[in-house]
Every structure is written in C-alpha cells, then in structure tokens.
Design a protein around this ligand. Structure first.
Ligand code: FES
Length: 170
C-alpha cells in the first residue's frame, strides 16, 4: 500500500525526474529507498544537487541532513560539480551501442578534461549518466538540462561551445 502522503512535485519539469519517481514509487516511498533513490538521481542526471536531495528527502520523509550525509559518505555520489555549465553524456547500454563513448571522448579532448572533471576556468563540467530515459534518441547527451539526441561528436562539441558562449545549443 502507498504511504499516505502526496507526491511532491519534482524540482523542475525535466522528464528525467519521472525515472527517479518510479524508483521511489516502486519502493512505496519508504525511507529505506533512500540510497536507491539517490543512486537513480546520480545515474540519471550525473550528479546530485541540493534541489534533488531536498526533493528525495521530502518525498521519502527523511531529514535532509541524513540525505546529505549519505550523499557525501558514498564515493559513487557526485555532488553538483562547480562548473557553470554541464555536459552529461549517457553511457547506458543503448547509447553505448550507438557510440556515446565517442561523444564523451570528443568533449573531453576539446575541453581538456576527463569524465567527472571541470575545466580550470570553472565553466564546464563533464559528467556521465546510465540511461536518461531517452533511449530512442541514442546516443544522447544533456547540455545544461537540454536533451540532445543523435548528435555526432562534432555536433555535440559545437552544442557545448554554443552554450559556453551564451547561445542556445544548435
Ligand atoms: S541508454 Fe542512453 S538514454 Fe537510455
């Protein structure tokens, strides 16, 4: 039976929150689902930020301090990186098969950073995710929250470049 409390609206209207919500729902919104839920955020968005932690905490009725404690204790959680912009490349199975490693390599080479790193000027963080729920668009990447599907490495680096220059991703 579902716990008797309303499902809180996710931090943004990004459809990826549905993936996380499904995990919490499957676990009946029980506090014991905390790590699995945070894992889902990490795998879907590439990192955990305060808004995500607040939402998971409120939805599972777990103190935010506990969520923060878990998020900082386990090494596989990445708190929101310092970059002003983010490029998250999906390395889930569908995207991997369609060559998402080449997307990752192209952005890494262009901006001289590795997965999980931020450029020295603090402008761009490069992250990975394990399925963002858009497998039909594989290979996918998410640049500043915008899902970009079926891009070549050159197209993705151009999109990242545009965002860094303050333009919309082409
Ligand atoms: S595997 Fe990349 S969107 Fe599903």
């Amino acid at each position: 039976m579902l716990r008797n409390h309303p499902i809180l609206a996710p931090p943004t209207d990004d459809k990826r929150w549905k993936i996380v919500e499904t995990v919490m729902r499957r676990n009946n919104f029980q506090p014991q689902a905390l790590i699995e839920s945070l894992h889902s955020v990490q795998q879907t968005f590439g990192f955990l930020d305060l808004a995500a932690m607040r939402w998971v905490a409120a939805t599972l009725r777990v103190p935010l301090a506990k969520v923060y404690g878990v998020a900082t204790f386990y090494h596989f959680f990445t708190l929101r990186p310092p970059g002003r912009h983010t490029c998250v490349v999906c390395l889930g199975t569908a995207c991997y098969i369609k060559g998402s490693q080449r997307l990752l390599a192209a952005v890494a080479e262009r901006y001289h950073i590795q997965e999980g790193q931020t450029t020295t000027d603090g402008e761009l963080s490069l992250l990975t995710a394990r399925c963002i729920g858009a497998c039909g668009l594989a290979p996918t990447a998410v640049v500043d929250g915008q899902v970009l599907g079926q891009r070549t490495p050159t197209e993705l680096t151009a999109a990242v470049g545009a965002v860094l220059e303050g333009r919309a991703a082409p």
